[in-house]
Structures are given as structure tokens and as C-alpha cells.
Ligand binder design. Structure first.
Ligand code: C5P
Length: 244
């Protein structure tokens, strides 16, 4: 059994630019603690010995820049760069097509813009995929969750979802390669568009297990998120320095 990882990194970061006067670089290329966000994410997976290859999907116009970064940060041995698509699902699909995996190999998908993923969580997700066939990292809900209906006057609550029945889906999200390919093929055949892999696996009838995530593994999405990620990296480097 081999383990592969796909990093969709072809987004254009519209939410990061929202409200700002000037357009910003796609968030996966912004720098935190002196290193591009994408490189932090690649490093996290490259550091896990069981991960054999990482396929990163980027816009055609970014191929050169990413290939140069992969070389600069010494990641060429494990990382392959492919062209992404117009939606996250399409980017993952392109990477899956480029992946030479057997039915029972493990494939994990991780948002390139979650740079604070840690080795232990990656390892636990791999183990859960091996055990259950498919698994994602999820964060138990701490807030009370409301279902709403959007109206012209704003949102109106229609019900309360018991929070013990809710997790917030993070990444990595993984499955045995055969199941992941089947889920993507069925979604494509039906014209289904999902925002994560689990939604495709669920509709393909695959049971997906949940591994406990942490708030630290957040998706860098809005402007303030950069400062928060910077803070976490600062704390981590001080903790490492203190341990020496
Ligand atoms: O913004 P969003 O939540 O969709 O981004 C999640 C991940 O999907 C990001 O790493 C982003 O770069 C990636 N993505 C992609 N191709 C797209 C859109 C998003 O690889 N067309």
C-alpha cells in the first residue's frame, strides 16, 4: 500500500481580496514566517515518510513559479506540479488523472491554504483511511448551529441542529484510490459539484470516518487569517527553540 497526496492550489483568492482596494496574490502564494503558504503545506506532507508523492495542481500561468519554489525549498523528490481547473473539484480531478495509484493505495487531498496541518493529524488520517476506506479531518462544533433560509431581509432561522451531530469539515480528506476515483467519476457523470471530497464519496455510497481536527488547521481565507497564521508559526518556532 502506497500513500499519495493531492494539493489543490489553483484558486484565485477572491475572498482575500474582497473589500481591499488593491488585488492581492492568490493566498497560497502569500508569505507567512518568510515562506509561501503553499510551501508550508507541501513541507508538512513531505515530512511524513509514508507519503510517497505529492501532486500539486496550480493555474497554468503559475506552473513555472511553483516549479521554481519546489526546487528552491528542496521538495523536488516528492512533488509533481500539474495544471488545475476552474473549480477546486476540477483541480483535484486533474491531479487524480495524473496519479498512478492502485485501488488500495491511499490518496489524501489537502487544501494548499491550510499551512498549519501537522504530521500527527496526517498520520491519523492515513490510518483511518486504511481502517475505514475513507476519512476526513473534522472539527467538532462548539457554537450552536442554526439552519437558515436566506431572504431578501437576511437570514431567518428554520431549525437548530444539535451540535453533537455536527463537525466542520477540514482537510486532509482521503480514501482508497479506487473509491476516490469512483466517487469523482460518478460526480462528473451526474454533473455534481461539491466543495470537498467527502461530499462526492458520500453520494457514491462510501462511509467516511472523521478524525479529530484542530482550530489551528484553519483555511487561510480572509485578510486577518494571515496574522493568525503568522502568530501560530511564531509560537511553534519559539516552542521548538525552547525544546533545544
Ligand atoms: O477557496 P477554496 O476554499 O475553494 O480553496 C480551497 C483550495 O482549493 C485552495 O487551496 C485553492 O487554491 C484550491 N482551488 C483549486 N482550484 C480552483 C479553486 C480552488 O485548486 N479552481
Amino acid at each position: 500500500m502506497r500513500v499519495f497526496c493531492i494539493l489543490p492550489a489553483a484558486g484565485i483568492g477572491t475572498r482575500m481580496a474582497a473589500g481591499g482596494a488593491t488585488p492581492v496574490a492568490p493566498k497560497q502564494f502569500l508569505t507567512i514566517a518568510g515562506t509561501p503558504i503553499l510551501v508550508h503545506s507541501l513541507r508538512a506532507f513531505a515530512a511524513v515518510p509514508r507519503v510517497e508523492k505529492i501532486i500539486v495542481a496550480v493555474r497554468a500561468t503559475e506552473m513555472e513559479r511553483v516549479a521554481a519554489q519546489v526546487a528552491e525549498f528542496g521538495l523536488t523528490e516528492k512533488v509533481v506540479v500539474v495544471t488545475g481547473g476552474d473549480h477546486r473539484q476540477e483541480s483535484v480531478s486533474h491531479a487524480l488523472a495524473a496519479l498512478d495509484c492502485a485501488e488500495d493505495d491511499v490518496v489524501l487531498v489537502h487544501d494548499a491554504v491550510r499551512p498549519l496541518i501537522d504530521s500527527a493529524t496526517i498520520e491519523r488520517t492515513i490510518d483511518a483511511v486504511v481502517k475505514h476506506g475513507a476519512a476526513i479531518v473534522g472539527l467538532p462544533a462548539v457554537d450552536t448551529i442554526k439552519q437558515v433560509e436566506r431572504t431578501a431581509d437576511g437570514a431567518i432561522i428554520t431549525s437548530t441542529i444539535p451540535r453533537e451531530r455536527v463537525v466542520q469539515a477540514q482537510t486532509p480528506q482521503g480514501a482508497l484510490c479506487g473509491l476516490m476515483r469512483k466517487a469523482f467519476a460518478e460526480a462528473e457523470a451526474d454533473g455534481f459539484a461539491g466543495t470537498d471530497e467527502a461530499s462526492l464519496l458520500e453520494r457514491a455510497g462510501v462511509q467516511v470516518a472523521v478524525v479529530a481536527g484542530s482550530a489551528r488547521n484553519f483555511k487561510v481565507t480572509q485578510p486577518g487569517d494571515l496574522e493568525l497564521a503568522e502568530f501560530y508559526f511564531d509560537v511553534m518556532s519559539k516552542t521548538l527553540a525552547g525544546a533545544k
